[in-house]
Design a protein around this ligand. Structure first.
Ligand code: HEM
Length: 192
């Protein structure tokens, strides 16, 4: 009996542990590549190697009331005009911190229009020149186009290594408000 116990212990070596972990690692990398097109579940390529992301997470832990759900009015404070505050944009109700791209979203930036707002309608139809389209109101737009376009934009901001999700918008009711006009001659996003 004693002899067979020793034999069993000897059979399971460090090499076996190494093989198991190695196998799991390869299996995980293959799965990760399938789902994220990276071998590391996006951990090395994404925001997880960005020190600012951890500063943000720490600050969220210490001041939870600064994050979470906010009204459109609260969101408008984060439009880049006050340099002591971060810059937020919202897509379909999800708020992202885009402070890292001040040159794009800060005052004078090409897409400053989005800073401090949820102008999801613009993300869909690109009608930047028409003031009534600067809204989160998606009524009248093709549902499928809305869904696929906003999903792509949300993914874009979620996966961006220097942007992170801050919270969501508590939208007011649109019941009493007329939907914006249909605009079908807007810019077409060249990306995706
Ligand atoms: C539906 C229409 C469009 C929307 C909603 C849109 C939105 C955006 C957004 C949000 C960004 C910033 C991405 C980031 O934060 O990294 C961006 C970047 C950019 N977009 Fe557009 N865009 C549109 C159409 C166009 C068109 C028609 C062009 C030019 C032909 C264009 C040229 C660019 C360029 C060059 C950038 C890089 C950032 C820069 O240098 O300012 N976009 N777009």
């Amino acid at each position: 009996m004693a002899g067979s116990k020793i034999e069993t212990r000897q059979r399971f070596t460090f090499l076996d542990i190494f093989r198991i972990f190695g196998g799991l690692l390869i299996f995980s990398s293959v799965l990760s590549y399938w789902f994220t097109s990276t071998a590391s579940w996006n951990l090395l390529e994404g925001k997880y190697t960005n020190v600012d992301f951890y500063k943000f997470e720490f600050s969220r832990l210490v001041f939870p009331s600064h994050y979470g759900t906010m009204s459109l009015k609260q969101l408008s404070l984060y439009n880049g005009t006050d340099s002591s505050l971060p810059i937020y944009i919202s897509v379909n109700g999800t708020i992202f911190d885009v402070t890292k791209s001040k040159h794009i979203y800060g005052p004078g930036g090409r897409y400053h229009i989005f800073a401090g707002h949820d102008y999801s309608r613009l993300f869909v139809n690109g009608c930047f020149k028409k003031r009534d389209q600067w809204t989160f109101d998606l009524r009248g737009l093709d549902r499928q186009v809305v869904q696929s376009t906003l999903e792509k934009w949300s993914q874009y901001f979620t996966r961006h290594p220097e942007y992170w999700r801050v919270g969501c918008v508590d939208f007011p009711s649109l019941k009493e408000i007329e939907p914006p006009e249909i605009c079908d001659d807007g810019l077409v996003y060249p990306g995706f």
